[in-house]
Design a protein around this ligand. Structure first.
Ligand code: FCB
Length: 484
């Protein structure tokens, strides 16, 4: 489908031609109707998605909580990484961050006031099991009980992500995901938290983006723990795949009536042109980015035929692993931020290279990722091709754009346009019968964005990091109105 067809099919009618002409200039694709300075929703309403569609918003422990060494919490791999490696922009860390630890009530009320129905957050392993395994920190458990209770009291459904990239440093120091002992460590952690919170919380996400923390942490070295080795990466992948299924099995055992999912990083991958070598390069990147984690969990094994370097994972297999990797998830979380264009290169293993969006003259977010809403439609369609996926939710989608705080207000119409266009993509998928039944925004407030520190802001609510004051952006007001 070309862009003109896409725009037609996604519901833009009279404006199509004008808009298509605008795309080349990197402008937003739909008409901007501004009321009181806030961009209106274009050709889309909440009811288009049906009464059962789930509307949520997602955050993560390390990125928001702060209180890094308070009330019995131990050092996490991310505390260690930010304090010691110099790999985060401006040397920043999340020691305080948004101070969600002390301000969660206000933040949960803000989420509610934007009319979301689900609040997705993650647990800090090092707050609950400071030594990784063994003794439990009651104050850590108490904190999450308070968060859960607050959600329930305002009428929000708490959805818990068990692992969103932070683990106790004591475990990372023993190899973290590269160690097979992780199967035992992770099992114990999942067992503790599901027994503790399973009566109150029914929606569980085992992992957040396995690709990001394994490739970013052990191959590219840009995320914790900051290592760079192919062998380490492949071990981490395999142990993560095993733990994803093992963890889900423990949730099933411990939580009656649980709705169990896991989330995957995705990107819509296209070759730079139709030359065979580039098409094949795109297929390899697609295998690494979009297939590496989901296929083994569905009993299809690793995509070794497309990406032969993955054959090396077999070195780390033990008897029974093929079976142990499989879990029949109730839902799959799709996380989508940008499209990637690739070409063949000599880089060993992947033999492909990304053609940077900045070199292509397209609209980009503040991290340089191409803003490409159609990609979300294509990804949903692609994943719907897996027969074993029963239900899909978009569990993260959002954008960092420069926010200006002026006269007590953040007018972020670009962010509003981003959501409008991506929701059109979801609606189009849904209209085609694709089984997508929820959408979660990343993220309630601005927060610590991993290696980018505080430079990039994704929130619907602005954080003044000096005072910790929260100021709802126009995009927050937009959702409040859209979801009412
Ligand atoms: C995703 C992560 C999330 C956040 C967003 C912007 O890849 O899951 O924690 O950093 O990107």
């Amino acid at each position: 489908m070309n862009r003109r067809e896409w725009i037609k099919r996604s519901g833009y009618t009279g404006l199509s031609i004008l808009l298509v002409n605008n795309i080349g200039a990197g402008k937003s694709k739909n008409e901007e109707i501004i009321v009181d300075g806030i961009r209106e929703a274009t050709e889309i309403t909440k009811s288009d998605f049906g009464p059962d569609f789930i509307w949520g918003i997602a955050s993560a422990a390390y990125q928001t909580e702060g209180a890094w060494n308070i009330d019995g919490k131990s050092e996490s791999n991310w505390d260690h990484f930010t304090h010691n490696t110099g790999k985060v922009e401006r040397g920043e860390n999340a020691d305080d961050s948004t101070d969600f630890y002390h301000r969660f009530e206000e933040d949960i009320e803000l989420v509610k006031s934007m009319n979301f129905q689900v609040f997705r957050f993650s647990l800090s392993w090092s707050r609950i099991l400071p030594n990784g395994i063994g003794s439990i920190n009651q104050k850590g458990l108490d904190f999450y009980h308070r968060v859960i209770d607050k959600c329930i009291s305002v009428g929000l459904e708490p959805w818990i992500t068990i692992y969103h990239w932070d683990m106790p440093q004591v475990l990372e120091a023993q190899g973290g995901w590269t160690s097979r002992q992780m199967l035992d460590w992770f099992s114990e952690y999942v067992d503790v938290v599901t027994r503790e919170f399973g009566l109150k919380v029914k929606n569980w996400i085992v992992m957040n983006e396995q690709l990001s923390y394994t490739a970013g942490g052990y191959l590219a070295g840009v995320l914790a723990p900051g290592r760079k080795s192919i062998g380490g990466f492949l071990k981490a992948v395999h142990h993560s795949v095993l733990c994803n299924a093992i963890g889900a099995t423990i949730v099933r055992r411990n939580v009656e009536g649980a709705n169990i999912g896991t989330t995957f990083f995705t990107s819509y991958i296209e070759p730079v042109n139709q030359e065979k070598k580039n098409i094949e390069a795109a297929a390899r990147v697609d295998a690494a980015v979009n297939r590496l984690f989901i296929e083994p969990s569905m009993g299809m094994g690793y995509p070794v035929e497309t990406l032969p370097v993955l054959k090396k994972i077999s070195k780390y297999f033990e008897a029974g692993d093929e079976q142990l990797m499989i879990f029949d998830f109730d839902f799959i979380g799709i996380q989508y931020y940008f499209r990637s264009i690739v070409e063949k290169s000599i880089i060993p293993g992947i033999r492909a290279n990304e053609v940077k969006a900045s070199e292509r003259g397209v609209e980009v977010n503040e991290m340089g990722g191409e803003i490409y809403p159609e990609g979300l439609y294509h990804i949903l369609k692609k994943f719907s091709g897996y027969k074993r996926i029963r239900n899909m939710l978009v569990t993260e989608n959002g954008v960092c754009v420069p926010d200006q705080y002026e006269n007590g207000r953040i007018q972020d119409n670009r962010r509003i346009g981003f959501f409008n266009d991506h929701l059109l993509a979801v609606r189009m998928a849904k209209e085609e019968g694709i089984n997508v039944n929820g959408y979660m925004v990343w993220s309630p407030t601005d927060n610590f964005e991993w290696d980018k520190g505080y430079r990039t802001r994704f929130g619907l609510v602005y954080i003044d990091y000096q005072t910790k004051e929260r100021i709802m952006k126009d995009s927050g007001l937009w959702f409040r109105n859209f979801l009412k």
